[in-house]
Design a protein around this ligand. Structure first.
Ligand code: HEM
Length: 282
């Protein structure tokens, strides 16, 4: 055999082993035959929902149920990222650890050790992930007949994709327009939740809202902005998208102040703060 033939055979062997690897991983959970699961304990969505916390965290992924309680503290992210999916159909989170990016084959292999059963409906039939996610929502009181398209203010997956996983710490950010700084916010992030939300500055056309007396016309606007800050307290970071609909967070004191409430400016100042990164460590 000359050198060319040897090199060619080595190349073919390499390609063949690659193809084997690819087809083995393609045969993973998503391609599994339902008959493989018949010996597993049937677990209903109701039973799954009882294990929705760090003390006992079960997840349904591609039709199987896993008790990952012991794994939570080993997961390479902030625990909140994976605790959010306890007690639920979690295929969507599993297949999108980052939007569009599934877990690795190594992670897939780890799941096996936590397997406790297969997901079934009340009649004992296997449940498709999409159907399970829908009835999960219905169980949580979300209307099953909600429009298929969420508004940008409500799409949690979009929010997570936009915000990423910012570090814990104190943040400061501003919104300015027409040469004037109008909003300067400060807040703390702890485990992805907001606290100590305050305004270091809030002004429009030269009026400093923070110094208004309670008998002044614009005073209600200041009160409403404080209500926005209070409404965000102890909420997950994605709650800042609710600022696009400030009337849901603050009481409409009167028509005038309602029209002057500028949740989108406050939102913009939050996003500026996140872009700048941590201002000081907790
Ligand atoms: C369903 C909820 C889950 C979500 C939302 C989630 C999310 C994430 C994220 C954001 C990362 C890090 C980012 C990255 O690698 O690019 C990650 C990595 C990882 N996760 Fe999860 N995870 C979940 C469940 C699990 C479970 C149940 C296990 C194992 C039993 C697991 C095992 C791993 C491993 C080993 C990595 C390292 C990267 C990889 O191998 O893909 N995750 N996950």
């Amino acid at each position: 055999m000359n050198m060319h033939k040897i090199a060619y055979s080595v190349f073919i062997a390499f390609v063949a082993s690659l193809l084997t690897l690819v087809s083995v991983s393609a045969l993973s959970s998503s391609e599994r035959d339902a008959a493989d699961d018949e010996g597993l304990d049937p677990i209903t969505l109701g039973e799954l929902a009882e294990h929705d916390a760090a003390e006992s965290c079960w997840k349904a992924i591609h039709g199987r149920v896993y008790d990952i309680t012991d794994y939570v503290s080993n997961h390479p992210t902030d625990p909140a990222v994976i605790l959010e999916w306890c007690g639920r159909e979690a295929t969507e989170g599993w297949d999108n650890k980052r939007p569009g990016v599934p877990h690795s084959a190594r992670a897939e292999g780890m799941l096996e050790a936590y397997l406790v059963g297969r997901l079934v409906d009340e009649a004992g039939e296997p449940v498709e992930p999409e159907a399970a996610a829908r009835s999960d929502e219905a169980r949580n009181g979300e209307a099953a007949d909600e429009p298929a398209l969420l508004s940008p203010a409500e799409d949690e997956r979009l929010h997570r994709a936009l915000l990423g996983l910012p570090l814990d710490g104190r943040y400061r950010g501003v919104f300015g327009d027409g040469g004037e700084m109008q909003v300067n916010v400060q807040f703390d992030l702890r485990d992805g939740r907001l606290s100590n939300v305050s305004y270091r500055h809030l002004a429009y056309r030269g009026v400093d809202y923070r110094t208004l007396d309670d008998d002044e016309d614009l005073y209600p606007v200041w009160v409403q902005h404080q209500q926005l800050a209070e409404a965000l307290e102890d909420q997950p970071l994605t709650a800042i998208f609710a600022l696009y609909e400030p009337e849901r967070l603050a009481e409409d004191l009167d028509g005038y102040s309602g029209a002057t409430l500028r949740g989108n400016k406050v939102h913009s100042a939050f996003r500026d703060a996140l872009n700048r990164g941590v201002y000081s460590w907790p």
